[in-house]
Design a protein around this ligand. Structure first.
Ligand code: NAP
Length: 482
């Protein structure tokens, strides 16, 4: 099966921080892959910008190196790499300085869509937006792209929104949450709104609860000082898990267009109850003999920052009242896996008296590894000897179902959406602020208390307290397994 590719209009993408890690690992390889499948038109150009002095040739060599490191070998062909590299240019420029801006202005064509990707630290977002405007580089067809961290709390998120929205209209601002670019996450919307099967059951009358898990096996070694100022709540829950919760819980939008979808997501966030500290669990991983502990990795023995968090979130609306959403994310867990599990209620009356265990069906949407969907069903255990029941998965792995068709990286989809001017998969300013307002309440509850995060074993499934959070509600977490 061959994916349909619709070429986008010619564009110029300026990557501020074009020599940095995000540009080399994600942005440049994603653009290359889009060019390779014929989506990037020949007139398109990519302009890197950073403080380091560099000629166009030297930047092109850096791009070539990034492609050879981060693009699968099978996708690297000499001719394509040359073609892509030829489309790249560079300007030496300090976001906080005055030099280089005139040169950048000269390189941009007035009649071509411009996208400014701010692949730099968040303290530079405001100054860059302001300079772009002062230098007259913002045309009506310009877009600005930013990604997390979009603030540290509600106040800083508001300040950032203000800085961006002075020179740019909301319709020009693209706030990336790369989870929204994942094929499975978009499939969640297709599953819900393009099939009549699930929607009648998609509510608290039939759903017992929802579990959203984003588990990572790596720790924070190497980025400890950044992480210790952030923690799992700010780094993962406020953005990625919140977006997954919204797409799972939202009402069907009237249309699949940016504002209709984002209006519905916003309503979900606003319907979330404030969370009492007793409905949360914080954890920090301890050493497992080989690797260090969280405290070793951040170099701060007194840190109270969480590397794990579990939350019971309740949505007060007609659809979800009574069916909690349990969120869980952490570092140094058993394996790397992300999933959304919709756990349905048990049958109202069992006619199989010898079966005492509850067997609610579960619909599991796997984000990683092996993106796909599983429906856990109860069937008769084969063979004679009475009516025994067993569980089997009704399984669909996208890679198999789509006959080897390649699943594009989230950044490929998102960058092309920026060029197309489609904001459906990007967060709106009010959505980000509402998510921070909810998150701030939880953080304030923790700060007011004296409790420290609970320790958990590296390579395990999180602190004991997280198990109790569900046990006390008569439920249990799904296994963290690959
Ligand atoms: P990085 O590797 O440190 O790169 C930063 C880039 O910005 C470099 O090209 C640097 O080049 C340039 N830069 C720094 N100060 C500048 C200034 N004053 N004016 C112009 N350019 C400047 O950082 P990164 O990992 O790529 O991350 C960039 C942003 O993306 C951060 O906000 C990060 O939180 C976010 N992010 C990163 C990832 C990731 O996977 N890396 C994922 C999600 C979000 P010079 O020093 O030569 O100026």
């Amino acid at each position: 099966m061959v994916a349909r590719v619709i070429p986008v209009e010619p564009f110029e993408l300026v990557i501020f921080g074009g020599t940095g890690d995000l540009a080399r690992r994600k942005i440049l390889p994603s653009l290359y892959r889009r060019m390779k499948v014929g989506q990037m038109p020949p007139e398109a150009r990519v302009i890197g910008a950073a403080r380091g002095k560099m000629t166009r040739k030297a930047f092109q060599a850096l791009v070539q190196e990034a492609l050879s490191e981060f693009v699968a070998e099978a996708d690297q062909t000499e001719a394509d790499i040359q073609r892509f590299v030829e489309a790249c240019d560079f300007v030496t420029l300090d976001a906080l300085g005055t030099g280089g801006w005139a040169e950048l202005g000269k390189k941009l064509r007035p009649d071509v869509t411009r996208a400014f990707y701010l692949s730099v630290g968040p303290s530079l977002f405001g100054p860059l937006a302001q300079r772009l405007s002062e230098r007259g580089l913002v045309t009506p067809e310009s877009r600005i792209v930013v990604e997390k961290p979009l603030g540290h709390d509600l106040a800083s998120a508001r300040a950032l929104n203000k800085e961006l929205s002075t020179p740019f209209d909301e319709r020009q601002i693209y706030r990336i949450d790369h989870y929204l670019g994942k094929e499975t996450v978009q499939n969640l919307m297709a599953l819900r709104f393009a099939n009549a099967l699930f929607e009648p059951l998609w509510n608290a009358r039939h759903v017992d609860h929802v579990q959203i898990t984003v588990a990572e096996s790596i720790g924070v070694a190497g980025r400890g000082s950044y992480y210790d100022k952030s923690g799992a709540m700010r780094d993962m829950v406020q953005n990625h898990l919140m977006q997954l919760l919204c797409l799972t819980a939202m009402e069907p939008p009237a249309r699949f267009d940016p504002d209709a979808v984002r209006d519905e997501k916003l309503k979900v966030i606003r319907a979330l109850d404030p969370v009492a500290p007793g409905n949360t669990v914080r954890g920090q991983y301890r050493a497992n003999g080989v690797d260090g502990s969280y405290l070793d990795h951040v170099g701060n023995p007194d840190s109270r920052t969480e590397s794990f968090v579990a939350i019971r979130a309740d949505i007060s609306n007609w659809r979800w009242a009574g069916a909690p959403f349990y969120l869980r994310t952490g570092k140094r867990l058993r394996t790397r896996m992300s999933e959304i599990a919709i756990v349905f209620k048990d049958v109202p009356h069992s006619i199989f008296p010898e079966v005492d265990e509850k067997r609610g069906n579960a619909l599991v949407i796997r984000l990683q590894p092996d993106e796909g969907i599983t429906l856990r069903m109860t069937i008769k255990d084969p063979g004679p000897g009475g009516m025994r029941l067993t569980e089997v998965p009704l399984d669909m792995t996208f890679a198999d179902a789509l006959e080897g068709q390649e699943v594009a990286d989230a950044y490929e989809r998102l960058i092309m959406d920026v060029i197309r001017g489609n904001q459906t998969l990007f967060m709106r300013g009010d959505e980000v602020e509402a998510a921070w307002a909810w998150t701030d309440g939880i953080l304030a509850g923790w700060e007011a208390g004296s409790a420290r995060p609970s320790p958990y074993d590296a390579g395990g499934s999180g602190p004991e307290d997280a198990l109790l959070l569900l046990h006390r509600d008569g439920r249990r977490w799904r296994e963290i397994e690959g």
